[in-house]
Ligand binder design. Structure first.
Ligand code: ADP
Length: 648
């Protein structure tokens, strides 16, 4: 890199002053030098002219002296040269060149020297020699030589130079003063700009602006500088914003990455957990399905034995029935959990009497409780509030019963002595209705109590005893409770017992009971006498079952259609059919289409759908097609007869 030159290191102020001074000095010197030389030249010309004139005059004066050969006179005339201070030597020569008379200025010329010596000496080498002829008319009488000293010119020149130097010194001083004053006009705005630039450099504050004071080039520079600052400020603002955004994005990204990592870890743990659960679920499911199937198949083989006693037959059938019910419950649980997961559970809210519902639930529970284990050491207790008031809930009774029976059945499963107490009561403000199911069973350890609501989770110690179940019941109960706007909670102590609470918003409290309980009654078959019943069923053993149940009344008449078309034809050809039991899934024409056709011809003919489709949407579809009621397979004999009796 080139080293900065000397003037590059100077400040602008110093540069301006130096330039002004240099210009002043150079122009003064040049000017005065020219003037000096022209002066010298003029002096020389003047000296020449004067000396020539003097020589001419002297030549004129010398004419008589030559004519009359008056040497002393000639000398006197030459002496007059004393009045000419510049003439240092004068001489008159004859035509033959001999000296006629001479004059030597005193003190100027060393008298010891002869004229030729003098002329050759250094002191007078600049002397001016003027020679003029002495003429009388046209005759040359001789000549005059005048030597003028140029010393006077030198003296004058020296004086001149001194004056020039004084003037030069003065003009330097004046121009220095002027430069100092004038440079501010130029350097001040530039220095101001430099100060502002330095300030911006230190503070990085681009909002600073320089105030324009003149409209010359510095004014333009200021405008340009301000414009530049403005655009820098704008782009800095943009950059700051972008940086801020970038920073925020980075932070957000970090947070998001952390969250995602957490989520991924959680998902991984969940996946591992569900993998474990899946394996245990499959093992469990296999067990839960095979156990009742084993009983059903095993006992169905045993009942074929001709030597079997009536007591044994009753016992085996009972076991087959219980196992079949277990299987149904298992399938219901699996279907329910699938519907819950798919958000397809339909809740049908209606106002119900809590007392009626509690009695129905307790009666169902007690029935299964004693039939499952007649020699039980556990006492089921129903405790209703002592007050007369009737509590009304706005709920889905079917789902509420399912939840309560689930928790009661758990209590039955995990309690071996003591009691299972089912009670309900309202809170003091009568805003909430609480069901409580308290048992004196094995209890649940505190750290396990959260887990029991997870799908497929069983927490009971299986080392001592294997408890049947899929780990789905409480998961379904929790979801259904939430769908019914309720809350489920638990208090439990290991080896002491558990108490589940279900809390629902209480709709109203009535003073008397307006709701008529709907209790299943075991109907006799008398109502079937002389009736013609059309059974629409494609599977033979399903038809056979219905035939056996209904033929207990020997006066009943049955018709069998194996598909929808046959059913429609039979209905058209037999006007005395009293009721139709219609399977939904049929070959050729399905049960819904057949029902629609039958109803379009005879809308008063009761049709009861008998279907394995248990979803509420299926039920609704059947009702929409014109079915008067629905019985879900597997058919409960009691339910079938009650429903048929209702329509015949
Ligand atoms: P399942 O009863 O089919 O195993 P649940 O979801 O109904 O599934 O119950 C989950 C687990 O909670 C049960 O396996 C059992 O370990 C525990 N549990 C539920 N109710 C009780 C109870 N009353 N006493 C003791 N343990 C219970």
């Amino acid at each position: 890199m080139n080293k900065p030159r000397f003037y590059n290191r100077l400040s602008i102020r110093q540069k301006i002053i130096s330039i002004i001074l240099a210009i002043t000095i150079i122009s003064t010197i040049v000017g005065f030098t020219i003037e000096l030389f022209s002066n010298i030249r003029a002096s020389r010309v003047e000296l020449y002219n004067n000396t020539t004139l003097d020589a001419k005059l002297i030549a004129d004066y010398l004419i008589p002296t030559f004519l009359f050969d008056d040497k002393p006179g000639a000398k006197d005339i030459l002496k007059k040269l004393v009045n000419m201070p510049t003439i240092i030597y004068g001489a008159a020569y004859k035509t033959d060149g001999s000296l006629y008379a001479e004059y030597i200025s005193s003190g100027t010329v060393d008298s010891s020297k002869s004229m030729p010596e003098f002329l050759q000496s250094n002191e007078n080498k600049n002397a001016l020699l003027i020679k003029e002829p002495v003429r009388s008319k046209d005759e040359v009488l001789g000549s005059v030589l005048l030597i003028a000293s140029t010393e006077i010119i030198h003296e004058k020149t020296k004086d001149h130079i001194k004056i020039i130097l004084v003037i030069l010194a003065n003009s330097i001083l004046v121009s220095l003063f002027l430069a100092l004053w004038l440079e501010r006009i130029i350097s001040k705005p530039i220095l101001k700009l430099a100060t502002v630039t330095r300030k911006i450099q230190n503070t990085l504050d681009y909002s600073v602006r320089v105030t324009k004071e003149s409209h010359d080039e510095t004014g333009v520079l200021y405008d340009g500088f301000n414009d530049m600052l403005q655009s820098i400020q704008a782009s800095k603002k943009k950059r700051d914003l972008a940086q801020k955004k970038l920073q925020e994005e980075r932070e957000n990204l970090e947070i998001r990455v952390l969250e995602r990592t957490k989520e991924l870890n959680a998902a991984k743990e969940k996946a591992e957990e569900s993998d474990k659960l899946k394996s245990s679920f499959l093992a469990n499911m296999s067990h839960e399905i095979r156990t009742p199937l084993n009983a059903i198949l095993g006992f169905s083989a045993l009942i074929r034995d001709p030597a079997i006693t009536a007591g044994e037959l009753e016992e085996y059938c009972k076991m087959m029935e219980t196992s079949g019910n277990d299987l149904i419950n298992l399938i219901d649980d699996i279907l329910d959990i699938s519907r819950i997961e798919a958000n397809q559970i339909k809740i049908n809210f209606e106002e119900i009497s809590v007392a009626t519902l509690a009695e129905e639930v307790f009666s169902t529970f007690k029935q299964s409780f004693y039939s499952d284990n007649p020699n039980n050491n556990v006492t089921p207790i129903l405790t209703a509030p002592t007050e007369k008031a009737v509590y009304v809930l706005y709920t889905d009774p079917h789902r509420l019963k399912q939840i309560l029976l689930n928790i009661l059945n758990n209590a039955k499963k995990f309690t071996f002595e003591g009691s299972i107490e089912f009670c309900y009561f309202a809170n003091e403000a009568k805003t909430q209705l609480i069901f409580s199911i308290k048992d004196t069973g094995i209890g649940i350890a505190k750290d396990q109590q959260e887990k029991i609501y997870d799908r497929f989770t069983k927490v009971a110690d299986i080392k001592t005893k294997h408890y049947r179940g899929t780990g789905l019941g409480l998961s379904i109960a929790l979801k259904l409770t939430q769908l019914l706007n309720g809350v489920i909670s638990l208090e439990s102590e290991l080896n002491v017992g558990s108490e589940f609470y279900l809390t629902f918003p209480l709709t109203k409290v009535l003073s008397s009971l307006p709701v008529t309980p709907h209790i299943l009654r075991d109907e006799s078959l008398a109502f079937l006498s002389g009736k013609l019943i059309l059974i629409v069923e494609d599977v033979e053993y399903n038809y056979r079952y219905l035939e056996i149940v209904l033929s207990k009344n020997q006066d009943v008449r049955l018709l069998w259609a194996k598909n929808g078309n046959e059913a429609v034809d039979l209905c058209l050809n037999n006007k005395d059919i009293n009721i139709v039991l219609m399977d939904i899934q049929l070959p050729e024409m399905n049960g819904l289409e057949a029902t629609q056709l039958i109803k379009s011809k005879n809308k008063d003919l009761p049709v009861i759908a008998v279907t394995a489709y248990a979803a509420s949407s299926d039920i609704q579809e059947a009702l929409n097609a014109g079915c008067d009621d629905i019985i879900i397979k597997p058919i409960n004999r009691n339910e079938l007869l009650v429903k048929m009796a209702e329509f015949i």
